[in-house]
Ligand binder design. Sequence first.
Ligand SMILES: C[S@@+](CC[C@H](N)C(=O)[O-])C[C@H]1O[C@@H](n2cnc3c(N)ncnc32)[C@H](O)[C@@H]1O
Length: 251
Amino acid sequence: MGFDDWMDALEKRHLADLRLPEVTRALRALSSAYVERRHKVSRGGALDSAGKRAAFALFYAPLHFLVARHVIESIEGATQPPPATILDIGSGTGAAGAAWALAAGGSPFVKGLDRHSWALEESRWTYRALGVSGSVRHGDATRLPRLGARDAAIASYVLNELPDEARLRAEEGLLAAAARGTRVLILEPIARSIAPWWDDTARRVVGAGGRADQWRFPSSLPPLLRTLDKGAGLDHREHTVRSLWLPGRID
Ligand SMILES: C[S@@+](CC[C@H](N)C(=O)[O-])C[C@H]1O[C@@H](n2cnc3c(N)ncnc32)[C@H](O)[C@@H]1O
C-alpha cells in the first residue's frame, strides 16, 4: 500500500466517529498549542482528546511522513545499504520510521518506541497499513536499546518535547549509538522558539562527523490535507524542516 492508500485508510479510520469540522477545530487547537509550547507532555500533552489525536494522525503524521521521506531520500547513505532495523524514537503514529523503511526499499524492520499507548497502537496500525514490518514497545527516549552498525534511529519532532535534562540524555544515547555505527536522523521544525537548543546540539553532531541541514521544498498535499490546512488557518504550501544526520559506519 502506498501513501495515497494510507491516506484513504486514515480518513476512514479517523473520520468514522468525528466530523471534519470537529477535526479541523482540534487541529487549530493543536497547532496553536505547538506554537505556544503548551504541547509538552509535562504540561498536559497534545494527545489528550479524541479530536486532537485524530487531528495529529490525519494531518501531522502524513506531513511528517512526507518531510521525513524527502530528507531521507536527499541524504547520501541513508537508504543504501538499507538498515536492518530502524528505531523510531517517540514514534507517534509511526510515520517517520515507516517513511524511512519504505525509502530504503521496504526491507528494514521498524521498531516504534513511545510512552503513549495510543501512539503505540497507531504505530502498529500504520506499519500494517503501509506494508512495513515492524513492532512497537512502550519506552522512554532517554533509555534506548543497544543499537549497532546495521541499525538506524530516527527522532522525528520528539526531542523538543523533552525537558532539557532528558533531551541531553537522549542526545547522548544517539551520539553513542552513532559512534557504534548506527545511522541517526533527528528532525525538528525550523522555528527557533520550538528548539532553542538546536545550535548546541548541531555543533556536537557536526563535531562527531555528522551534518546539519535546513530544508525548504514545495508541498503537494493530498486533498484532505489541503482542506484541513486551509480550514485550520495554516499554510503548508511548502515544507520546512531541519535535520541532524550522523552517518554511522557503513559495513
Ligand atoms: C510530536 S509527536 C511526533 C511523532 C512522530 N515521531 C512524527 O514524526 O510524527 C511526539 C511523540 O513523542 C512521544 N514522546 C514524548 N516524550 C517521550 C519520551 N520521553 N519517550 C518516548 N516518547 C516520547 C509522544 O508520546 C509523541 O507520540
